[in-house]
Ligand binder design. Structure first.
Ligand code: ZN
Length: 71
């Protein structure tokens, strides 16, 4: 079994566009949800606590792309 329960890294789409790694331009990612604790939520000036961010981890270089929830 692969990382994060996925069998293999897959392509990812954000806002209807295909995601490419910022660092290595890779196109395959591991997806996982990350809980934002209250301190992080405060840092990003959220008006709610314990929101969940979506993370895409590059299958090639491991760079983590974070996407905050939309209001
Ligand atoms: Zn990468």
């Amino acid at each position: 079994m692969g990382l994060f329960g996925q069998k293999e890294a897959t392509e990812a789409f954000v806002g209807g566009r295909r995601l490419h790694c910022e660092i290595c331009k890779g196109e395959l990612f591991w997806k996982r949800e990350a809980q934002l604790n209250t301190q992080v939520a405060t840092f990003f000036n959220f008006d709610w606590a314990n929101a969940t961010a979506t993370c895409y981890v590059c299958g090639q270089c491991g760079y983590i792309h974070w996407f905050l929830p939309k209001k």
